[in-house]
Write a protein that binds this ligand. Structure first.
Ligand SMILES: Cc1cc2nc3c(=O)[nH]c(=O)nc-3n(C[C@H](O)[C@H](O)[C@H](O)COP(=O)(O)OP(=O)(O)OC[C@H]3O[C@@H](n4cnc5c(N)ncnc54)[C@H](O)[C@@H]3O)c2cc1C
Length: 414
């Protein structure tokens, strides 16, 4: 059985943050990174917008402004992205304040989906050049931290320390690992909402602020805004209970032609309490219900029809009733979200144009909350660290990378 000082599961930003930080400080370590996909599957390869300001992406149970800020400085120094200028947003901030809405001012970079893929290729080549064993297309099935053994669909590996960073899609796998290693956890928070697609000219703030973060009352927020060459996509989730879809969005970089559209999510955070305690099970049930109503697809609705209290028919998406065709045409809505959208339409007039499309559901489950042995390093059991979105320690690319760095600092100090 081959031995590695560090075995990392997941080539997302959390896993990469661990590897690069360890390599920088202790280049002689024997490190393996394993991913079930041929390429990192997360946000690095989907739009790749990076946020460098507290609190975006940081669960406040695990981070405070000071620690997040120090790690964000390190992430930015390593990735060295071009920070986008923000201008002319005072008018929006002032309108927002009058409605009890906050517009956060965030340092942002945007690579686009194609730019993100180029970044991944560069990082992967760099890891290999530094002697890291990289195994893509290999799925980790189980981890026994007490024995220091990991089994995959191809072999067994022994390790000194394991870092499990499987992202949101590895949610169920991570729960298996936690149960097998005696790590207690809760999974009771889920974000549910809509993706809104509209003509860019009706959400002109995006010309001055790529991903504007509005925080509305009742835990509703805008999230993941894409523009210029923007598309709505569907994400497939599959587990033993069946198949369901969530919508999402991304945009291409400036190298691709513009389509004049923008999209963003409007999400509401729901915290479940006993006896309904699993956010994952709740998300799955909502997803399945939407599939049923949508004939096997997410549900889509024109704002014009929604205001009239009726479901949009096929003609609303294929004919000339409205002034643009949706980018995810295969698809067949909540009071707090609708209130937030009306407020947004006052702050940026035009958002609720009759042609605007609402897609449902957009669901984010990042709510595995392990009970850490050492919360400062995300050590969950002896020799077992958990990082990234799957473990609830982050909610975005830069915070996932920061969580990986925090784990690496813990390993180096141990
Ligand atoms: C479509 C989309 C667009 C997004 N856009 C953005 C954005 O623009 N900006 C932003 O900040 N965030 C964005 N996000 C969120 C972002 O992707 C995540 O916050 C971030 O990638 C989390 O990093 P991670 O390392 O925890 O997990 P991930 O990046 O998800 O990486 C986890 C990796 O682990 C692998 N894995 C899982 N289970 C196993 C197993 N059993 N064996 C081996 N490998 C396994 C997966 O294949 C995956 O590659 C987006 C997410 C999606 C889905």
């Amino acid at each position: 059985m081959e031995y590695f000082d560090i075995a990392i599961v997941g080539t997302g930003p959390a896993g990469l943050g661990v590897a690069f930080t360890l390599l920088e400080k202790r280049p002689g370590l024997r490190i393996i990174i394993i991913d079930r996909n041929e390429f990192s599957s997360g946000g690095l390869r989907n739009d790749c917008k990076m946020n460098f300001s507290w609190p975006v992406g940081f669960p406040e149970d695990d981070w405070d402004a000071g620690s997040a800020g120090r790690y964000l400085d390190r992430v930015e120094a390593f990735l060295a992205p071009e920070i986008l200028a923000r201008k002319g947003i005072d008018v929006y901030s002032h309108r927002a304040e009058r409605l009890d809405v906050r517009l956060l001012e965030i340092r942002q970079a945007h690579l686009g989906t194609d730019g993100g893929l180029a970044l991944i290729k560069r990082l992967v080549a760099d890891l290999e050049a530094r002697g890291v064993a990289l195994s893509l297309g290999e799925k980790v099935l189980a981890v026994d931290a007490a024995l220091g053994v990991m089994s995959t669909d191809a072999r067994e590996i022994s390790f000194g320390n394991a870092v499990i960073a499987p992202g949101r899609a590895g949610f169920a796998f991570l729960q298996d690992v936690m149960r097998a290693n005696g790590v207690a956890f809760v999974d009771n928070v889920v974000d549910v909402g809509l993706r809104i697609e509209l003509r860019e000219e009706r959400y002109p703030i995006v010309k001055d602020y790529y991903d504007p973060k509005f925080l509305f009352p009742k835990k509703v927020r805008t999230f993941c805004t894409n523009s210029r060459s923007a598309h709505v996509v569907q994400e497939k989730y599959e587990d033993e209970a069946g198949l369901w879809y969530s919508v999402n969005g991304h945009a291409w970089s400036r190298d691709r032609p513009a389509n004049g559209l923008a999209n963003f999510a409007m999400l509401k955070t729901i915290t479940l309490t006993e006896p309904l305690a699993s956010g994952q099970a709740y998300a799955r049930a909502l997803g399945a219900q939407a599939m049923l109503l949508g004939g096997g697809h997410p549900i889509m609705q024109r704002v014009g029809d929604f205001r009239l209290g009726r479901r949009s028919t096929r003609d609303a998406f294929t004919g000339d009733l409205y002034d643009f065709a949706p980018t995810l045409p295969s698809c067949t809505v909540m009071r707090a979200l609708w209130d937030a959208m009306k407020a947004l339409d006052t702050i940026v007039p035009g958002v609720l144009h009759p042609s605007t499309v609402l897609y449902y559901p957009e669901i984010k489950t990042y709510a595995n909350k392990p009970v850490f042995l050492d919360p400062s390093t995300f050590l969950a059991a002896p020799r077992l660290y958990l990082a990234g979105d799957g473990a609830g320690t982050s909610r975005g690319i830069t915070s996932a990378w920061a969580s990986g760095m925090r784990v690496a600092d813990g390993i180096l100090a141990g």
